[in-house]
Write a protein that binds this ligand. Sequence first.
Ligand code: ADP
Length: 545
Amino acid sequence: MQSSMQSHALLISSVLVHAARHHADGEIVSRSEEGALHRSTWAATERRARRLARVLAGLGVGAGDRVGTLAWNTHRHLEIYYAAPGMGAICHTINPRLAADDIAYIVNHAGDGVLFVDPGFAALVEAIAPAIAGTVRAVVFLADAARLPAVSLPAGMAVHAYEGLMAAADEDFAWPLLQETAASALCYTSGTTGRPKGVLYSHRSTVLHGYAINMADVMGLSARSRVLPVVPMFHVNAWGIPYAAAMAGAALVLPGRQLDGPSLHALMNEARVTMACGVPTVWLGLLAHLRASGGRLETVKTIMTGGSACPPLLIEAFGAEFGISMEQGWGMTEMSPVGTYNKPKPAHAALDAAGALRLGLKQGRILCGLDMKIVDGEGRELPWDGKAFGDLKVRGPWVTGAYYGDPAGSALDAEGWFATGDVATIDPDGFMEITDRSKDVIKSGGEWISSIVLENLAVSHPDVAEAAVVAAAHPKWDERPVLLVVPRPGRALDPASVLAVYEGKVARWWVPDAVVVLDELPHTATGKLQKNALRARFREHLIHK
Ligand code: ADP
């Protein structure tokens, strides 16, 4: 029997209209390419998004067309976030940190007819222009005419200034009633092997994900929040924050391209930020700056970290030295991205500091609406005892079923589960903890060793700036861990003192067989350690010794 309830579509435009109507003065603070702080509101953003929808139509963009962006977090990027899906097109955010060749591949694969580009990426666009000339017919620089960069692009590729197009358009546009399952945004995973693969989100998946991350035990934004996504808008929709902020009516603070410690510190205080979200590397940079300068964060209550494991130092230092609660989330491009979030349950109130830290290092509990399990090599489900490691699988309405261009359901197993590629434990309270990417796990004598646990301990050494643990081939044990460390500037590292951090903390057989001191470690475009390159380089390290 059908219900008697209305079946209103869950649409991204409705989210913006809600924010404009009920939080008209809610602020959008943005550091633009020009450098100055730009202050706007949700009401003005909705009006500008309607104007932009007219601009898009004028550029020949129609329903289902992909609109590419190469841009930092700014108010103009936010306008595209809403205007493109709002009018029925698809906002395709491109990671400008990828190799130029990968960017050209992505633009062509997605079929982006129009690109919206920060002037700072003009040289990048010029470099890839010949490779994308068959796909892109217009490049719109996110600036006014006075700041239009001088670029030479192939004939047939028009160049526009964003503000010029906006000034020439009007706001006479009504958001169309779309199907909620229509595609709204496209994001490519920056795979460490092979070509990037696209994930195509829908209005429905985006709105449901927004509701879910706004629950009190997740990011829990409110009309009183002032949220700073340091995570770029080209990285899985800035973790959904541009949408969730509008749903809650929260103020949104957009940092532009200045993501270093001093810039973030100044912005957080000037824009009265209450919550900031980003990857651990960013928080390590901010912490180093605060410690060196003696600076304080006047309004920040919560820092959320995700994207890679949170070093214990961050939780300890921000808590003890700044009174800021460090919260961890886990997810991936294929999950919109948030899958789990770590907030304690009532029973955890009694934990001592060490116990609370131990809990905080876990990736957290699954969001309502999603389902997770861990399985062994044969696909048998493993117990939630906090000890058994297995491949982590997920399913739910904001998890992808296939990669862009592939047949529906092709990324799933027979029961509809998506294999995350992460290896994890789940404890009896439902807290999931990642122990590795499945390809990074070290198998010594048939037993698994967690590279993440060993890396976290290594960076607790005062002279270690960064650490990676990789599997090296071993004649007896098959694989053994090798620890690669980068010293802090001006410090020398003694391998024996580094290995001492493991004493009493892990089983003896987990302790790495060798320590190699390096000047730097390679990173992917999203700032994660490039383990495959390191594995290849150190594969034979224990054989030739
Ligand atoms: P994200 O935006 O979350 O970085 P990606 O798709 O680029 O999305 O990468 C997803 C992968 O990042 C996950 O499968 C996992 O291996 C890793 N990851 C994300 N969050 C965490 C976390 N909190 N702790 C450990 N690893 C994480």
